[in-house]
Design a protein around this ligand. Sequence first.
Ligand SMILES: Nc1ncnc2c1ncn2[C@@H]1O[C@H](COP(=O)(O)OP(=O)(O)O)[C@@H](O)[C@H]1O
Ligand SMILES: [Mg+2]
Length: 377
Amino acid sequence: MYLEKLSLRNFRSHQSLDLSFIPGVICFLGNNGQGKTNIVEAIGYLANQESHRVSTNLPLINKEAKSATITANINQEDATTQIEIEITTGKSNNISINKNPITKNKEALHILSVVTFAPEDLEILKGDPSARRAFIDTISTQLNPRVAGIRSDLDRVLKQRNSLLKSAAMLNGKAQQTAISTLSVFDERWVELAAELIEVRLLVLTQLEPIIAKHYQEIAPKNQITLKYQPSWIDVLPPNLTKLEIINALNLSILDVRTEELNRGVSLTGPHRDEIGFYLNELPVKGYASHGETWSLALSIKLANLTLLKESVNTKSAPILVLDDVFAELDDQRREQLMQTVAQTEQTFITAAAQVDLPSNLGGKIFRLDNGVVVGG
Ligand SMILES: Nc1ncnc2c1ncn2[C@@H]1O[C@H](COP(=O)(O)OP(=O)(O)O)[C@@H](O)[C@H]1O
Ligand SMILES: [Mg+2]
């Protein structure tokens, strides 16, 4: 698949931008702060309905405007689909496909497939556990858009559960017992959703691990990468857990932490507290790996993401690749590895400050940005 057209209205710094593309490599060149990343961020947003830089919508809307619109024509096997997303703060997005508004936004997740590799991906390895959960949840959603629904339901029930815990914490005696009974109604729904998400995460991790390890070894032979799911709801994760076993473990864990949850007024066990450990030769990557090793692994993760999406039954044709400001960070060997992937991808968008940052054999179409606008194609 490839993008034929992209239009931005009040998306970040771009008040009005219309671009046309052909398959192959497309580069955006320009100094810092010109709006290069803003363009590729919009492309990623169109596919995943989330930004690779921010978790809220407000920064995506131009500071002078109340809403932002991203419109694109996507060519897949010679048929064109138009998708349009209007982003407004405080409301869910308005999305239309071929000018028909849709009611379930997650339906639009099927249409476009984009994998972005950006400096922010280092956070997967260096940041808080939430960055690693977001990474696995994003891939899980790309592979199976149904996961978007599980995630949003889970978020909602978690908020309700937390506010119930807070109010129960302030009660005592019979009133607290009543509050706890109400809580168990929430718990049932919550445990069901939590188990669904955990089951998907475990499956995706099992699929990802050997592919990440293989890509890493292309650069650093004999090095072993392992991924470990480290749950908050069981001490040691047994292999091949069924959903029912996850539900049982979650229920036991909830009982275990009940008193502490009531004391603190927050949910202390579940997928929102789980960790995904990355290990290089059995040492944790976070805190141990060098800068170069961390970049290599981040690259391997993204290449694995792309491979998995390509193989997925839900993706009819190869995903679009976005490389935001990464070439300058990579050594020759890693650039070459990335170039091989670019060569196999139908369309790749690349941003860089200057042409010297890019491999000389890259080819493709170049757009230059100056004074915040695209000045030359
Ligand atoms: N919501 C917004 N409204 C207006 N300008 C914005 C908004 N968000 C970001 N910008 C501006 O966009 C510029 C950064 O664009 P970016 O695409 O990240 O640059 P680069 O070309 O370095 O990748 C900054 O000058 C920033 O102030
Ligand atoms: Mg940038």
